[in-house]
Design a protein around this ligand. Structure first.
Ligand code: PLP
Length: 362
């Protein structure tokens, strides 16, 4: 037995805290990556039951699943696609499309005209993320979408922050570029509809940037750097069983690379959780910038000198992992606790990195 357990109550707590903080501002539930690893279907249902009734996706498959569950809910495709087959299918599903370039606008406009329909779209503005979107100083190009694309109904406009988790300054700069563009478009007489820019970190840090909508993903899972602000909780853990108990003697080793050597006779337990299941993937650093690299290096040296213990909980007792975690196994020190084969073991993992674990809501 092994699973990733989602604690329904904690998840609902987070959803409600986020809703309260958003006030009257609509929330797009971002469902990419199979609902951040905890299942698009159960997560979206729980969001819907708790008042979040619009969704944002990055894949056609996600839009299909959501449309089946929620015939009326607004669904926004965040990726700007000019692929005709994909556009046709997204229009069949009544999905709001993203227009991030003039070419995409032309493609969608043409298909919508052929279908004798009006396609609802949001414009994507690239204020620094560098993947989709019009540049904010391409005002003429942006204006031409409003002006000439008669088969497009532009009901929204958005941008995406690249550093909301680490830099208020960069986020403010991006926000200003976005605001300036909005003002220019309004001055030229265009209705920009729903303007939105916040992801989870910006949502928590910058209430003044909520505008007409926010796009939230990781905050639901309580997985972000300043979750304390809203009292967001962890929503789950990996669970497995104690597979085998054994006694090893002085000098005997454990795991690949013989990473652990017993100093004396001790009782150890084999558990059915390894890096393939996302266990210890947590330790990886995000080395974004020079300063992160430096911090990463310092952390690594510190770790070499004072190896950080990886802990699991066996029957509620914290136990350290011995040696290196294997692909689907790890060995833990149970010398000082009562336990038996079949006992429950729980561990921290990032649900985005889990493989081979069934997600269970409890
Ligand atoms: C992933 C994503 C989000 C949500 O980001 P979180 O930080 O997980 O809330 C919002 N907008 C876009 C465009 C995204 O790709």
């Amino acid at each position: 037995m092994k699973a990733y357990v989602v604690e329904r109550e904690a998840l609902i707590h987070n959803i409600q805290a986020i809703r309260r903080f958003a006030g009257l501002v609509p929330i797009w539930g971002v469902m990419k990556g199979n609902g951040y690893g905890i299942g698009l279907v159960p997560l979206s249902k729980l969001l819907y039951e708790n008042g979040i009734d619009r969704f944002a996706v990055t894949e056609l498959k996600e839009a299909e699943q959501l449309r089946e569950l929620f015939p009326q809910a607004p669904i926004l495709m965040l990726r700007s696609t000019a692929d005709p087959a994909e556009i046709q299918k997204l229009l069949d599903l009544n999905v709001i499309l993203t227009v991030g370039s003039y070419e995409t606008a032309v493609a969608i406009n043409g298909i919508a005209a052929d279908r004798s329909t009006i396609a609802e779209v949001h414009l994507c503005i690239d204020t620094g993320m560098g993947r989709y979107g019009f540049f904010p100083d391409d005002v003429d190009k942006i204006a031409s979408v409003y002006e000439y694309m008669k088969s497009l109904a532009v009901t929204g406009i958005f941008t995406h922050f690249h550093s909301a988790f680490c830099s208020e300054k960069a986020t403010k700069q991006q926000f200003e570029k976005f605001q300036t563009l909005l003002e220019q478009l309004h001055a030229a007489g265009y209705e920009t509809g729903m303007a939105h820019c916040c992801n989870s970190h910006a949502f928590l840090r910058h209430p003044e940037m909520h505008l007409d909508g926010v796009r939230i993903g990781s905050a639901f899972l309580g997985r972000l750097s300043f979750k304390e602000r809203l009292g967001l909780r962890k929503i789950g853990y990996a669970e497995c069983t104690l597979e085998e108990l054994r006694t090893i003697n002085k000098g005997q080793t454990v795991g690949y690379g013989a990473g652990f050597k017993a100093k004396g006779t001790m009782r150890v337990a084999v558990i059915s959780l390894g890096w393939y299941n996302g266990f210890t993937a947590e330790r990886e650093n995000d080395l974004f910038r020079a300063r992160d690299c430096l911090r990463g290096m310092l952390r690594y040296f510190k770790w070499l000198l004072f190896p950080k213990k990886i802990l699991v909980s066996v029957n509620g007792h914290k136990c350290r992992v011995l040696g290196h975690v294997g692909m689907v196994h790890a060995v833990v020190d149970v010398n000082d606790i009562d336990c038996a084969v079949g006992d429950r073991v729980i561990a921290e993992v990032n649900p985005l990195t889990i493989k081979g674990l069934k997600v269970q809501y409890r």
